[in-house]
Design a protein around this ligand. Sequence first.
Ligand code: NDP
Ligand code: NHF
Length: 417
Amino acid sequence: MHTSRREFLKHATALAGVACTGSAWAGAANDRLNLAFVGCGGMGSGHLGWALQQPDLRVVALCDVDANHLKGAAAKAPDAFTSGDFREVVGRDDVDAVFIATPDHWHALVGIAAAKAGKHVYCEKPLTNSIGEGRALVNAVKDAGVVLQTGSHERSNPGAAVAKRLVAEGKLGEVKTVRIHLPNADPHLQEVENFTSPPPDRDPPAGLDYDFWLGHTPVMPYNEKRCHFFWRFHRAYGGGEITDRGAHVIDLAHMILGLDDTGPVRVNAVGTPPKGDFYDAFITFRFENEYANGLRMIGDNSGPRGLTLEGTEGKLFVAVHGCALSAEPASLLEGVSLPGIDPYATHRRSLLDAIRSGSGEVSAPVGAGHHTAVACHLNNLSMLTEKPFAWDPVAEQSDSDEVNEMLTPKMRAPWVL
Ligand SMILES: NC(=O)C1=CN([C@@H]2O[C@H](COP(=O)(O)OP(=O)(O)OC[C@H]3O[C@@H](n4cnc5c(N)ncnc54)[C@H](OP(=O)(O)O)[C@@H]3O)[C@@H](O)[C@H]2O)C=CC1
Ligand SMILES: O=C1CO[C@H](CO)[C@@H](O)[C@@H]1O
């Protein structure tokens, strides 16, 4: 049994004023790390299944607002405490780290509660569903001196590190343009894009605490196409394709080009809303962003999904998912071989190693996750306001009052940031 939590927290609090996060793991080297899982649907059950196979981890708590998902998870981890309310989970003394895999509108509030309780966090991408929520989460993590790993696992692929090295070594020459490819032909995207006949609203299914699911967002009638996976195409809960898969691709661009601590200074995006009035997030779009160093980031629905780094001496394409590489000239990749690994496992291990070693160093720290999410949200804001605007990545303010007013959602009581 891990008994060193209080001692650990004392140390972490002392470090809280220091720039970085983390503190020495005060448990014995062979102590198991105790994990809690908030959101046990698609991605949450993937994290849980992996953790249950790891001899150095213990699953101590599970949370989902959907009793059916919670029951399914509890069947796999019968000794774990269960609840539909994350506040009963993140505050538990026996929890060292919390894995968050809820819909995006919950990431900030659960992450902040976990950080305030002194827990380390693995939070799925996009880090938050708005820029204001992201800033609040970054501050909470820093204030608490805990470590947060953003679930941008693509950067744990060996191909991402190779691309970063080739850019750093100048093999592509000067990279002035990066193209973000987010094709919209996937069947689920086409379904959303052409959706004109939503099923009737109805009572929420038995076992789902639908008011808790809605959380801080406005009250809406239950509709199966509003929850369960399709929430990502309603702006109250997700940001459409630019935050769903765009978060992976833009995140790789930031990592490879050394832009983890900054963001665009000019934003211009044009989107075509889906047909009908049910889904309100964008899938079809084109954007052009400028960074302070003169880099242009241009995104559209051309494929295949991934990014193209255009340098004065060559081009490198990094595919999502898996970060397979192709180059022009092909000789840029001579001698490069990419080992087959499980990027999810490597990415999760980055957090667990940072906790145990006390280094606080993870591969997708909270600041990097925030800057990626900000870049995604800014393009959505330009599509919504139908205007280009300037952006100050330090002050996190625009020259457009309309944009500044949309940075943080108004939260429905009792929820506050
Ligand atoms: N890194 C990656 O490759 C991937 C990342 N993701 C990310 O993972 C997150 C989850 O996505 P996904 O698994 O597809 O979504 P799902 O809808 O499948 O699962 C989300 C789960 O969270 C539950 N839930 C909702 N609100 C709460 C709450 N307040 N507390 C606890 N549980 C809650 C949902 O209940 P209910 O079932 O009733 O809705 C559901 O069980 C997203 O942020 C997504 O972007 C997703 C896929 C891949
Ligand atoms: O990359 C991914 C695979 O697809 C999912 C559904 O669109 C995404 O949420 C996820 O991030």
